[in-house]
Design a protein around this ligand. Structure first.
Ligand SMILES: [Zn+2]
Ligand SMILES: [Zn+2]
Length: 323
């Protein structure tokens, strides 16, 4: 269970060692194989891995963590624990300047009635769809096999990043379709757009079909990579964090959209999607929106419109006049 600096150094060095230039030159055309070869070597000489101390926390709790119910309990508990503090800030912190100065649509208040409305639908979605799905898994799915070894750090990170990128593309297509096909928008996705100013509970304010799609895609994407259980669970947590962050309604200076040079969309981008629903379909990143010209520049904290957004709005106005 001990975790020392030696583990980190040996893990990183053994990975670098495996990435010799000739290996890269010979293997790059076959990326998965190349990655796998390197991953298999990203282990400390004594066979231990950086994540081993965390993975070893399962010892003594194997029955609980191997149960098909564990991922459901983990994600539901995490979702409610993550959202509750932001709900408190929205409802009781209207005069807390330290947080309210980051509000994007600062003129719109979150009310108890809105929280109640979103929580009621979230509750029924959990009772009618998530709970039966969890029970079915409990009955029909065998316990998760728990390997002795933790995944390598590299494996752990790239599997999650790749699964997130795949989900991001899948949802972009789903989302675009559910805005463009009138029937699908009216009967499915319009529910999520009842709120023009998102707040945390809007994250899962979804039609059951959207909830099932999102749940199915999130679960199955890790199957492509034969992920280690801890990678799968972490990916579920990361997916919840980025989805909730998209609906925060706050543009904090330390979030990924400020740290990734425009690669990550974050709260301001999805906030803009709720304001201008025919833009910014991509949930987490920006590349597909920019490639297919569905990107709309975003408003920052305090409702500030930067020059690129003003220019975008001017162009849209002009196009409408010409029509
Ligand atoms: Zn949304
Ligand atoms: Zn939408």
């Amino acid at each position: 269970m001990s975790f020392d600096f030696y583990d980190i150094v040996t893990d990183v060095f053994s990975f670098l060692n495996a990435s010799t230039i000739d290996r890269v030159l010979y293997k790059t055309p076959f990326i998965p194989e190349f990655l796998n070869e390197n991953i298999s070597r990203a282990v400390a000489p004594d066979g231990r891995r950086i994540l081993q101390p965390i993975w070893d926390l399962r010892i003594g709790r194997e029955d609980f963590v191997a149960s098909p119910l564990f991922p459901v309990i983990l994600s539901v508990t995490f979702y409610f624990s993550l959202c509750t503090p932001f709900m408190i800030c929205d409802l009781y912190g209207k005069n807390w300047r330290w947080i309210q100065k980051y509000k994007i649509q600062s003129t719109l208040d979150v009310t108890p009635a809105q929280c109640w409305d979103t929580l009621v639908l979230t509750f029924w979605n959990h009772v009618l769809y998530i709970l039966p799905a969890a029970c079915a898994q409990w009955v029909w799915t065998p316990p998760t096999p728990l390997p002795d070894l933790a995944p390598t750090l590299f494996d752990f990170v790239w599997h999650q990043f790749a699964a997130l990128l795949i989900f991001d593309f899948q949802y972009y297509v789903w989302h675009w379709t559910h805005h463009k096909v009138r029937f699908l928008y009216k009967h499915v996705h319009a529910i999520h757009h009842r709120y023009h100013a998102p707040f945390v509970w809007v994250t899962q304010y979804l039609h059951p079909w959207e909830l099932i799609t999102v749940g199915f895609l999130t679960t199955t994407n890790t199957w492509f990579f034969n992920c280690h259980p801890i990678t799968t669970w972490s990916y579920m947590i990361v997916s919840i964090i980025v989805s909730v962050e998209a609906h925060l309604g706050f543009d904090f200076p330390f979030t990924l959209n400020h740290l990734t040079y425009g690669f990550f969309g974050g709260a301001p981008k999805h906030d803009m999607h709720h304001l201008k629903p025919l833009t910014n379909y991509q949930p987490f990143f920006n590349h597909w929106d920019k490639m297919f010209d569905t990107f709309c520049p975003v408003m920052s904290a305090g409702g500030v419109k930067p020059p690129d957004l003003l220019e975008y709005e001017r162009k849209v106005k002009e196009t409408k006049k010409v029509r």
